[in-house]
Design a protein around this ligand. Structure first.
Ligand code: FES
Length: 147
């Protein structure tokens, strides 16, 4: 059995397994932590950067999916600074994503949509006319549609 250590998350003290991933602890405790590329069954990837948290003593926010738990860590998942960081990362994700929610099969079950809704419906700095592909279907025969 691994050693249990004391950590603080958003001001609440809790016990956690030393060396285990911070994101697992946050998910186990039902603490909201946005993430795209991490899954408990598949492990870490570290690409999306959405799981950023503030850790006392660290200069910059860290990704929770690649942060092993250490004794005495003081973590913040909420607050103006970390929410701004996540919002900026989300904006980067959205730059290269089509905005075809009305015709997308994943609409309504999409974390990107959920996180965008959470982040406050900010106005886009991107020209969205170039990002809608809703007219991509091409009729290539009497019974065939290319999509
Ligand atoms: S969940 Fe993607 S970097 Fe952590």
């Amino acid at each position: 059995m691994s050693e249990m250590v004391e950590i603080t998350v958003n001001g609440a003290q809790m016990q956690a397994s030393k060396g285990s991933l911070l994101i697992d602890k946050l998910l186990d405790e039902n603490i909201h932590i946005p993430h795209f590329c991490y899954h408990q069954a598949l492990g870490k990837d570290g690409n999306c950067r959405m799981c950023m948290v503030e850790i006392e003593g660290q200069k910059r926010p860290q990704i929770a999916c690649d942060t092993p738990i250490k004794s005495g860590m003081n973590i913040r998942t909420k607050g103006e600074n970390i929410e701004k960081v996540r919002r900026d990362i989300l904006e980067l994700q959205l730059i290269n994503h089509p905005i075809d929610c009305p015709t997308c099969d994943q609409a309504g079950e999409c974390k990107l949509q959920d996180y965008y809704m959470e982040s406050g419906f900010y106005e886009s700095r991107v020209n969205i006319d170039n990002k809608t592909n809703h007219e991509k279907r091409i009729d290539i025969g009497s019974n065939v549609m290319l999509d």
